[in-house]
Design a protein around this ligand. Sequence first.
Ligand code: GLN
Length: 486
Amino acid sequence: MERQTTQLCDRNAMELSGMLRRGDVSAREITESVFKRIDEREKSINAFVTTTRETAFKQADLADEKFRRGGDIPLLTGIPVAVKDILCTKGIKTTCGSRILEDFVPTYDATAFQRILDAGAVLVGKTNMDEFGMGSSTENSIAGPTRNPNDLDRVAGGSSGGSAAAVSSGESILALGTDTGGSVRQPSAFCGVTGIKPTYGRVSRYGLIAYASSLDQIGAIGKTVVDCAMMLNVISGHDPLDTTSANVEKPDFLKSLGQDINGVQIGIPEEFFAEGLDPGIREKILEAIALLEKNGADVVPISLPHSPYAIGAYYLIATAEASSNLARFDGVKYGFRSAGDIADCMEMYHKTRTEGFGMEVKRRIMLGTYVLSAGYYDAYYLKAQKARTLIKGDFDEAFKKVDCIMTPVTPCLPFALGEKMTDPLQMYLVDIYTVSLNLAGLPGMSLPCGKIDHLPVGLQIVGKPFDEEMVLRVGAAYERLAVVSH
Ligand code: GLN
């Protein structure tokens, strides 16, 4: 049998970009390799809701035409990219993993998607996800669960499980995901790939179907830190179509990657290594930190004392915002409408939403509506917002002393399919190390730091607001130092 590592679809984006530029390979050949892998593995992994084979080959041929003509060609040209099915793609079904949007075909492109198209990327398809981004395992999807390419009996993580599984299996080279409470970082950790959630406001949310608007952010998934930086260069930057998109200077994220880490101050928050963390994962993270320390970084113990309130605050704020955002799905404006015997408008709304939304989405709409209702608003929603401010304050304090913070991504290894589906609280607790960053709006990256048996472990690097460069720089340094098997 031919060794898989020799296949084009197992290479990273930067490598392929170089090969394309030198004429060693064509975009069509890369696309063929990716779709061959899809033919071999997609049946068992289920990373995609929709694959776009036909348009992919057209885009690949266009890319090859550009290479033939020569000139200044963007790095992403000819590179296959998978896009989470929560980002609007003009003329291509965008389901959000939900029955209520099962047949929804947007009339416009999300800005992030538009930007990768403009850079010449090849769209492989739309990836599977927990319905509206609600979940940590990609089991809450109308399209069925995505399986972890490292172990098909285990989950890929969520909610961007399809995107992470596609990159991990070679069914795509790069992917876009979204991260409201960890959905780029957590599935990246579970699938053994690299994923970055930028600072809130760094990437436009225009065309991203909203889950919790004050937390949602689009991120990049690739095999390496360089690949994430390459994608971030394309998708970030101000967009007048999103009023929360930050009008800040956009650096060249690839530039920070070569720098060493001498004297970089890395904060280690004691609260992220407390009870509940798998001892094997703890060991791997501490090994990674020790390696960086040995190579010039300074390790600084820090405290983020309000961390124990993060999960509670997150699930109150996220559900409150979701209950409002999801009010637009009423059978009138979008997608699915109940076909039952209907007497009046109210009954139509009721039936459509009852039949159109899955269990977890309904649970969250109810919880969110409850915490916003008169009499409970102060006790829950307002309290959660106060906790959010304190959590952000903890990070502000810590960042006076350190340049970045290092933690695990998840408290546990990828779990078995079905294992946490009957216990929502157990599922929510998987997000314990990721949600604080969304509450504080901070950038964070998950990168592979070894395996326990055959299961990948993720290291999280957290940066100051708009300092993705530090996150990428430390990540790239770690990648160089460690012998990590992807
Ligand atoms: N698992 C978290 C949730 O269910 C985060 C999801 C996300 O980041 N979209 O809300």
